[in-house]
Structures are given as structure tokens and as C-alpha cells.
Design a binder for this molecule. Sequence first.
Ligand SMILES: N[C@@H](CCC[C@H](N)C(=O)O)C(=O)O
Length: 293
Amino acid sequence: MAIELHFTKGQGTGNDFVLFSDPDGEVSLTPTQIASLCDRHFGIGADGLIRAVRSVNIDAGAASLAEDEAAEWFMDYRNADGSVAEMCGNGIRVFSKFLLENGMATLEAGDTLVVGTRSGVVDVQRNLTGFQADLGRWRLDGGEPLVRARGLQVARPGLGINVGNPHVVVALLDEAELESLDLTFIPQIDPEPADGANVEFVVPLEPMVRNGVGHIRMRVHERGSGETLSCGTGAVAAALAIRYWAGAGAPNQWRVEVAGGAVGVRMYATEDGEHVALSGPAELVFEGDVTLA
Ligand SMILES: N[C@@H](CCC[C@H](N)C(=O)O)C(=O)O
């Protein structure tokens, strides 16, 4: 049976998404249908697809509601190839904007919108750049694998970091080396993580620290989507990796430049350990209707 979808296209620093509302959890898209919607030549075109479903109406939502019963809405995120991802940092800001613009939630300045995700609940607040999302605790995960990428002469050591989803961050020498990468080819990680990983290539900008804020630039190859103009969780992982390598005294606040703009990353202490927050813009671009065979 054909599926009729009313969708919204949105973006955050050029990381773009197809969003639709399915409050009762009635729409189940196959990976092939998702990939065709996200296809930039034969479909709407996007880095990922986001379904807004009430947490009570999706199996994965039970854990979110157990963590915080205020998590009415769940962000069901899929990569452009139809694979499931646990978290999307740019996506959660765009998702929040989608909920607000469609009257599905309210968020006054200073208030918190609690969103369910596969990596736990995420607290979203408005801020001067658009929205800030608290991604919670992060962890080193995946060791220091070697990464090979088209454009790099030799394999480079990476650092595995999980911020809800898996990342491997690789430091490069300079911006020329960053520009020389050809990320139309998937970077090879050795040993290969069982569930794959997003790979960020990062360089410090000069001077790196200005008024207590660290400045870096990155490019990213996203698991399941290819090179994107921005990856929010990738920016968070990149800032955490650079701070880790820089050692004591490195800043807890970062500006991460990506091809689609810049996002902010802030690490701060809480009672339950260090949290990391991501901030940046979110825009809804257009709406439309599509029929899926
Ligand atoms: N673009 C996102 C990350 C989306 C998921 C990622 N590709 C994965 O598979 O983990 C972001 O802004 O964080």
C-alpha cells in the first residue's frame, strides 16, 4: 500500500533532514524507502530522516520515559542509507524547532524541552545561537585505531569517543591537509568498530585559544550518510579529543568550524559527572507531500 507523507525539510549548519510527524507510531518505513527519500537525485535529498513519534508509541521510548517522564516526544533518527543511529546533535535542534513550529511542544526562554532518543533523554534549551542540547555524559570508547583516508599519505592514529553515538577523531597537520582529503571514499578504521563509526578530521586554528575559547575546524565522514557539511555529535567528539590531547589547562568551551558554519561545544561538571552540550542554529526550509510506493 502506498504511504502518503507530509514532510518538512530542515537543516542545522547544513546538516539536512527530512522530518515528519507520526505521533501514534503508525508509519514504518523500510531502509530502502528511507534511502530513496534521502537520495539527492531521485528523492527529496537529506543526510538523514527524523520521525517525530510519541515516546509511548515506540519501543525505544520506554527507556526515555523511565529516565524522564517529561520526554513526550522521541526523535527516531535514520541515516541517509536507512540505518538507525542513536543520536544526532544537529538533528535534535532541528527536531526541537519542528516540534515548536508545529505546536507539538512549547519552549520559553529558560525552560527545558526533554526529548527521547536512543542514547537517552536530551535536554534542549533556547540560546542566542538557536538551541543548546545537553548530550549528557561522554566516554572514551574504541581505543586509538588507525585511520586511512583517500588524500592522506599514511595511516593516522584516531581516538574513539562515544557521545551517544560512536566517533573516531583524527588530528591532521594543517588546513591544507584537511582540504586534501577526498571523503567521497569511506575512511578505513583499523580495527574496524563492530557498529561502524563517524570519522572526524580536525585541525586547530591559529591561535587555538582566544579569550578562553578553543577554535578548531573539522571535516566529517558520517556513518550511513557520507561526507556532510556538519555533524553536531562529531563536533562534540572533535572538541573532546582536542581537549584530551591538549591536556591540563585546555578550555572547556569550543567553537567548531565546519563546512556549513560553526557550532559551540561546552563541557561542564554536574553531580553525575561531566556533561557536554552542543549549541547552534536550526532552520526549517520547506514542506511538501510525497507518496512512497
Ligand atoms: N549528523 C548527526 C549524526 C547522525 C548520525 C550519525 N551518522 C551516526 O550514524 O551515528 C549529528 O549532527 O550529530
